[in-house]
Design a protein around this ligand. Structure first.
Ligand SMILES: *[C@@H]1O[C@H](CO)[C@@H](O)[C@H](O)[C@H]1NC(C)=O
Ligand SMILES: *[C@@H]1O[C@H](CO)[C@@H](O)[C@H](O)[C@H]1NC(C)=O
Ligand SMILES: *[C@@H]1O[C@H](CO)[C@@H](O)[C@H](O)[C@H]1NC(C)=O
Ligand SMILES: *[C@@H]1O[C@H](CO)[C@@H](O)[C@H](O)[C@H]1NC(C)=O
Ligand SMILES: *[C@@H]1O[C@H](CO)[C@@H](O)[C@H](O)[C@H]1NC(C)=O
Ligand SMILES: *[C@@H]1O[C@H](CO)[C@@H](O)[C@H](O)[C@H]1NC(C)=O
Ligand SMILES: *[C@@H]1O[C@H](CO)[C@@H](O)[C@H](O)[C@H]1NC(C)=O
Ligand SMILES: CC(=O)N[C@H]1CO[C@H](CO)[C@@H](O)[C@@H]1O
Ligand SMILES: [Zn+2]
Length: 405
């Protein structure tokens, strides 16, 4: 179903003969962002820092549940050991590969504040912050997309930029390593990036070390490709309890959930999914959010979910006074540990938009200026010549093997 980093590398290897004619080969964030053919966008690009990271040999396999910390990663081992004793003594709520034990759980007492069972967002264990499931500003939509980066997201991201609209992108670590230049575009466009785990499984099913690894390595994948260490995450399927919350909090991450689910990722008929969007729009129009705003769950998953987002944007923009990334809704001007990327406060963001009826200007501090210099510089080499490309592909295959063993 999904092409993997390794699979893509092999694809590129096989294609390298045919590619010998095609110059220049896009190899930077900006070059890939300029492509408009989805097949072209989804061709794997060699990106040197991934190869450099190979030497550390400290990563889990992509798309495989990260149940343990690789033995060579002493930094991660030490960090995990330092938080181990404080982890709430809650058993996994199911077994990996099986299903969640919701039926046998005490939903009414809800001792673990387990969202999948009770939609609980206020921890029972003290010292952990509440999950964010709504935004405090009235008539405001907290706007975000899960499961990216999708390799062929250019039409969607370009649309958002044309609307001067920023969003919160919840990236899967394995997708980030498959599509590093697409992940970099999110930063270049001024979006906020939060982590969405390594392999996209239900988190409460993992033992403590797996919960740590799934979250930690998705943060590291984002850091390696964009230069930034995120401070927020969203558990896949919303599956979180106080044990998972505690570990995420120890990793410096705020948990972000949602209140309105578009179900755009499900097998629901398209008309039903549109009706889900319409419910939110109608609720907004009829005053449901006059005191507290909403957060919608939507996905950067494929053409269907991205096109649906595009089609519904004008309606959402008409129904809500403001559509903002989560960090903006919360006035979190430093969304990353590194402080040289800033986002606007809610007041700044909304004032700049209100002021920009003269047309898109990329206003705001979280614009192109926020792009990671290191990551961009490293990938800004001249287009690879065909011979180099072939050997780059070979190197990449080697890197994939060593990186993700
Ligand atoms: C996670 O759990 C939900 C139920 O809350 C289920 O619908 C979903 O299929 C599960 N996903 C995985 C990957 O196990
Ligand atoms: C991205 O979207 C395209 C178009 O729908 C789809 O074919 C592809 O599988 C998706 N890729 C990823 C990595 O999600
Ligand atoms: C979805 O696919 C159609 C047909 O290829 C294309 O015209 C459209 O731009 C795509 N939409 C998005 C948001 O990528
Ligand atoms: C954000 O800042 C504005 C003032 O500009 C304030 O009214 C609002 O309460 C703040 N929101 C949060 C969540 O702190
Ligand atoms: C609004 O636009 C004017 C004129 O371009 C500019 O001087 C002012 O700083 C802008 N205000 C905001 C809040 O962006
Ligand atoms: C941001 O800071 C990091 C180090 O903290 C540095 O590596 C990076 O180059 C800086 N990026 C920009 C765009 O200044
Ligand atoms: C990857 O690392 C292994 C050993 O850790 C090394 O043998 C191999 O040459 C490296 N490959 C690249 C492309 O750096
Ligand atoms: C909170 C709220 O008002 N929710 C409403 C949103 O719209 C649906 C469908 O119209 C209603 O059933 C909900 O009550
Ligand atoms: Zn997801």
């Amino acid at each position: 179903m999904r092409s993997t980093f390794f699979g893509s590398a092999l694809l590129l290897l096989r294609a390298s003969g045919a590619l010998a004619q095609a110059t220049p080969t896009p190899s930077t964030e900006a070059q890939v962002a300029a492509l408009d053919d989805p097949t072209d966008e989804c061709t794997y690009r060699y990106w040197p820092p991934l190869t450099a990271a190979n030497t550390s040999n400290n990563w889990p396999w992509i798309w495989v549940p990260a149940t343990t910390i690789p033995p060579g990663d002493t930094a991660a081992q030490n960090l995990f050991n330092s938080m181990k004793s404080g982890i709430p003594n809650i058993a996994p709520q199911g077994t990996l590969g099986g299903s969640l034990n919701i039926d046998s759980y005490d939903r009414v007492g809800d001792p673990d504040c387990w969202w999948s069972a009770s939609q609980c967002t206020k921890p029972k264990v003290s010292g952990i912050p509440e999950d964010i499931a709504t935004v405090p500003e009235p008539r405001t939509l907290g706007y975000g997309f899960d499961d990216g980066p999708n390799c062929s997201h250019n039409a969607f991201y370009t649309y958002l930029t044309e609307q001067q609209q920023k969003a919160t992108m919840f990236f899967i670590g394995s997708n980030v390593l498959d599509w590093p230049l697409q992940a970099q575009r999110a930063v270049a466009d001024g979006h906020e990036i939060c982590a969405h785990t390594w392999s996209h499984r239900n988190m409460t099913m993992f033992e403590d070390e797996g919960v740590f690894a799934e979250i930690y390595y998705s943060v590291q994948a984002i850091k390696l490709t964009t230069g930034y260490t995120t401070k927020c995450w969203r558990p896949p399927f919303g599956d979180i309890d106080d044990r998972v919350r505690y570990i995420a909090n120890q990793l410096g991450l705020q948990t972000v959930l949602w209140k309105y689910d578009s179900f755009d990722y499900t097998a629901q008929p398209p008309a039903q999914i549109q009706a889900n969007y319409d419910n939110l729009i109608n609720n907004a129009t009829s005053g449901t959010f006059d005191t507290v705003g909403a957060i919608i769950l939507t996905h950067e998953l494929n053409n269907f979910t991205m096109q649906l987002a595009v089609d519904n944007y004008p309606k959402l923009a008409a129904a809500f006074d403001h559509i903002v990334p989560i960090a903006v809704a919360l006035n979190q001007t430093n969304p990353y540990i590194e402080t040289n990327f800033t986002m606007q406060t809610f007041a700044e963001y909304t004032a700049a938009r209100a002021n920009s009826s003269s047309g898109p200007s990329g206003s705001g501090s979280a614009s192109k200026a926020g792009v990671t210099g290191a990551a961009k510089g490293d990938s800004a080499g001249v287009a690879l010549r065909p011979a180099t490309l072939a050997s780059a592909a070979l190197t990449l295959a080697g890197a994939a093997l060593a990186l993700f063993l």
